[in-house]
Design a protein around this ligand. Structure first.
Ligand SMILES: Cc1cc2nc3c(=O)[nH]c(=O)nc-3n(C[C@H](O)[C@H](O)[C@H](O)COP(=O)(O)O)c2cc1C
Length: 172
């Protein structure tokens, strides 16, 4: 099997996704991570899956607390500029930076409030869900976190940010 086939990569890169800020909390306080490998996987109960890199700080947080939020940003420059801030890792060492560079707080204190379970809900989010992690499934270089939806709010009827709109790709 040649999984580096250019054509396969091209097709996978154009798979459309929603773009979310995955909120979590734990050591170092609240954190946000850009994530798009997120989808509903069951009606009853309402379950969501999110594939998260095994070395993401977010995954460690979710394992520690059992909870996470999904923040929906809306289409437009403001949503894109906000989303960009959450693509960088919490720990510089995750992308080969010196550990001395330490950690990065991606959340301005006035940019969010805490959910019932203490996960960040961005003021700028058009909608959000809170989930209780019920399963962690190792899948290749990611871990599939299965979360049961426990809370949520539709704050404004806008169009959610997607990879088709931003043109950003995490796949391939
Ligand atoms: C467009 C885009 C989509 C992404 N989607 C995911 C994703 O679904 N899962 C994931 O683990 N990382 C994803 N990432 C990478 C994370 O945002 C990145 O690794 C982040 O640094 C992890 O943050 P943390 O270490 O603070 O948890 C994506 C990045 C971009 C730019």
């Amino acid at each position: 099997m040649n999984d580096n086939n250019r054509e396969i990569v091209e097709v996978m890169e154009c798979m459309p996704y929603g773009l979310y800020i995955v909120g979590s909390t734990g050591e170092g306080g609240p954190n946000g991570m850009m994530g798009d490998w997120v989808t509903q996987v069951s009606f009853k109960p309402r379950l969501i899956s999110a594939a998260i890199e095994i070395d993401a700080h977010t995954l460690a947080n979710i394992r520690a607390t059992g909870n996470f939020t999904l923040n929906f940003l809306s289409e437009g420059l403001e949503g894109m500029n906000l989303a960009r801030q959450f693509a960088a890792p919490y720990k510089a060492s995750k992308i080969g930076g010196p550990a001395a560079l330490g950690v990065r707080s991606k959340l301005a204190p006035n940019a969010y409030r805490s959910s019932r379970e203490g996960c960040p809900i961005l003021h700028a989010a058009m909608a959000w869900l809170e989930c209780r992690a019920i399963q962690f499934v190792p899948v290749g270089d990611h871990t599939l976190v299965i979360g049961q939806v426990t809370d949520g709010e539709m704050k404004s009827e806008r169009t959610p940010l997607t990879s088709s709109y931003t043109g950003w790709t995490y796949s391939g």
